[in-house]
Ligand binder design. Structure first.
Ligand code: GLU
Length: 415
């Protein structure tokens, strides 16, 4: 059975690109490890008066191309290896989109579904003050990730601002617009995935409206991808969330499902469609399968059973390197995470720029610029995979790793 370690996977992806590009061993070694790891232990007073300890991390993988950038994740599975892998993927994602940013990630090992808002606020504020020395508008800029949202970012921004003595919106992105957030940020990752899917269809002469899509995950990314596809009249035939899979071969009613989760948190009692398991959803026939949940979903163990033609990765790290080999043998093409889900960090970059310059962009401008940047990345990757007859993932990594290696060579080694 394949070991599911996100960090090993991220390192394997880097190694494959490094070998292909014949990059110096010292540069690969440099990128193989994060620049800085901060582990913190946060005591939090729970609502029942008890003090509970929470382990948190902020990991800066690389700031060679600019300040660290990446989300903060709250989940029971969070550990140092996972956060390191996610930070590495941020470095490659920002380099591929050619943003002047490096890669970082944070996380707290906790189960937010069992915590009250007050407990989450105290945890977030304590975590922020514990990592205050390593974050900042020119150092490392956190953002939302799994189980964190604009409220979490508002608490981080407020705690940081209170400690440094000046209101500093540019310390985090994904904030509410009322305190310096950007229009379009909450929808940006899913919209970016939708742009990539649409562009892929265009290049392959596939009629967008004829495609049958399955989305794994109905969180921020999956739900906004579904919404954008529904707006374009594209059929989403399957969706899953933590409560299982929902299927309708003639197309799910996405707007109704979105209304449902806005009231009910998850789809558990949404009884309108056929229910299937997550495993059945993965193995169901469709044109595009879009994993938008967590890492390690498409592995050596199930890659043979996938019945889709293409994969567009909305999640970070959903496909393992061993699964990638099987997919390639089976002619299932996968558009990798560092390209397909870059819309979130691209919009975060716009938010940071707006905050630093104290200006505001219209939603139209945000979405147009997002489309321009993600399609330019897509075009670079598409041409590279065609020219060299390699996978989209390898092509994306070649571009990202080459840019990083060049930056490292130009900067040289201090002192
Ligand atoms: N958490 C998101 C990601 O994995 C966004 C990070 C950001 O906006 O900085 O790409």
């Amino acid at each position: 059975m394949e070991k599911k370690n996100a960090l090993e996977n991220a390192r394997e992806q880097l190694r494959l690109a490094g070998d292909y590009l014949e990059i110096e061993e010292n540069i690969l070694e440099y990128l193989n490890y994060p620049k800085q790891i901060l582990t913190v232990n946060c005591p939090v007073k729970m609502d029942n008066g008890e003090i509970k300890m929470f382990r948190g991390y902020r990991i800066l993988h690389s700031d060679v191309r600019g300040p660290g950038k990446g989300g903060v994740r709250y989940a029971p599975e969070v550990d140092m290896d996972e956060v390191t892998a996610l930070a590495m993927w941020m470095t490659f994602k920002c380099a591929l989109a050619n943003l002047p940013l490096g890669g970082a990630k944070g996380g707290i090992t906790c189960d937010p579904s069992t915590m009250s808002d007050n407990e989450l606020e105290r945890l977030t504020r304590r975590f922020t003050s514990a990592i205050i020395d390593v974050i900042g508008p020119n150092k490392d800029i956190p953002a939302p990730d799994m189980n964190t949202n604009e409220q979490t970012m508002a608490w981080i921004m407020d705690t940081y601002s209170m400690q440094v003595g000046t209101t500093t919106p540019s310390v985090v992105t994904g904030k509410p617009v009322e305190i310096g957030g950007s229009l379009g940020r909450s929808d940006a990752t899913g919209l970016g995935v939708a742009f990539v899917l649409r562009e892929f269809c265009k290049r392959r002469n596939l009629t967008l409206k004829d495609q049958k899509i399955i989305i794994q995950g109905f969180g921020n990314v999956g739900s906004s991808l579904a919404k954008n596809l529904a707006d374009w009249d594209v059929k989403v035939i399957g969706i899953s969330d933590i409560t299982g899979g929902y299927f309708d071969k003639s197309g799910l009613d996405i707007r109704e499902m979105l209304d449902y989760i806005s009231v009910n948190k998850n789809l558990k009692n949404y009884n309108k469609n056929e229910r299937i398991t997550n495993k059945e959803l993965l193995g169901h026939q469709c044109d595009f399968f879009c994993p938008c949940a967590v890492e390690n979903q498409i592995t050596e163990d199930n890659a043979e059973s996938l019945q889709c033609k293409y994969i567009i990765e909305g999640a970070n790290g959903p496909t393992t390197p061993k699964a990638d080999i099987i997919l390639r043998q089976r002619n299932i093409e996968a558009i990798p995470d560092i390209l397909a889900n870059a819309g979130g960090v691209i919009c975060s970059y716009f938010e940071w720029v707006q905050d630093l310059a104290a200006i505001r962009w219209s939603l139209k401008r945000v979405n147009n610029e997002l489309e321009n940047i993600i399609l330019e990345s897509f075009d670079n990757v598409y041409r590279m995979q065609e020219e060299r007859n390699i996978s989209f993932r390898l092509a994306a990594y070649l571009i990202a790793v080459d840019r990083l290696a060049k930056a490292i060579r130009y900067r040289g080694f201090y002192p």
